[in-house]
Design a protein around this ligand. Sequence first.
Ligand code: FAD
Ligand code: COA
Length: 401
Amino acid sequence: MDSKSYQAIARELARDFAPRAAEWDQTRDYCWKNVGELADAGLMGMTIPTAYGGGGASFYDAVLVIEEIAKACTLSARIVVEANMGGISAIMAFGSEDQKAFCAPYVLAGDKPAICISEPEAGSAATEMTTTARKAGNKYIINGCKHWITGGGVSKLHLIFARVIDEDGKELGIGGFIALRDPDAGIELKGLRVVRRERTMGLCGMPETELAFEDLEIDEEFAVILPSGYRRGFADLMNAYNSQRVGAGTIAMGIAAGALEHAKRYMLEREQFHRPLAEFQGLQWMLADMDAGVHASRLMLHDAAKSRGPNNSPFPDIMYAARAKFYATETAIDVVNDALQIFGARGYADQEPLERMYRDVRMFTIGGGTAQILRTQVAGKLLGIKTPQTRDGYSRLANSH
Ligand code: FAD
Ligand code: COA
């Protein structure tokens, strides 16, 4: 399928999703109905290679789809991101044949894999994670705690980042482990516990959870063997994660593009002083700035989606992804804020989607790498220097290089 066809399918679906978005926001329920429709339309796993039943589409195609869906329903757009980027893209790039053949059908049928990186004491400082995967015979035993895991309790597949310890107790680096939890099929996964769900200001239908791993046993064939080995496993995994950063930036841009459409409509509809709002120059200039911000973000995100990191990486370049995400997410917050302002009091009430969009968009400068961390990564690349943030200059992982 070509890019335009994917985009057209997404536009069509978004028309149905728009009226339902407020419902998920209020009930905080997961949007299973939308998931079914996304899967039927071939958008879950659209980037999975055709050899494993996917659409074989590019990240650029996915970005076109994500923008259209995000204009209508942020929750569904997040699901599309995680069903095509991040965890599943890491597995498709680095996994064994068996792992790929095992995971793809879940995603194609509607599963949004959970990517488990952050911990209570290791957010931005992700390399400080303490979750361990200890080798014991033909298994790895995982212990630790992950926080802010999107989809905990609804996701079947999990990609868990953990410090790998060999049988002699020696630490090898950070690796990725695939865990499947599917209670409907009787796969409970003893050792993986959803501790609690956060109550968030926006993105309300998506569980954001704390997960505990208590002697979670993973067969060694579910350990992802990374191209550079465990020693530089974190870098490989984060390289794949650059795709999710582009996806997250696109959701924010899509929300902003949707808000811009609402603002245009309202400026033409609403009258004050016996004139439509559209005739007031103060608002016209606001609208022009909003449009410029959305367009610049879109160009940066497309550029990032098409970029490739060094050494024939199948993933977006770290600097292109970081630059596009911090720019698009910060711009989107401003654009949605201005759109809400154009609606006056009506924008502050739930009769319009602006207040929900405003709550939803706020997250995107935080999750998936904060705007500050991403700026540091861009600056490091611009200057051609390493930018260790720990007080002694180098993190534990960097020291082991
Ligand atoms: P902290 O790292 O504690 O940062 C606090 C503040 O300090 C921020 O403003 C930050 O920018 C700033 N800061 C920290 N270090 C520096 C520095 N060196 N220089 C300048 N400023 C700095 N994680 C997962 O693993 N999987 C998920 O599915 C997932 N989903 C998420 C969903 C949501 C809705 C949210 C909000 C988060 C999610 N996260 C997930 C976690 C997310 O990636 C972290 O929140 C993020 O990396 C920041 O970590 P933190 O919140 O602990 O903030
Ligand atoms: N893409 C490709 N490589 C990456 C990368 C990315 N996004 N992020 C880190 N790496 C590589 C680094 O280049 C480095 O390799 P090098 O030694 O060859 O330079 C290695 O991984 C370790 O990174 P470094 O920046 O030295 O680690 P640090 O201990 O200073 O930690 C990070 C900083 C990477 C953890 C921090 O910048 C970060 O990205 N935090 C956000 C975490 C996040 O996005 N979580 C999302 C959870 S959903």
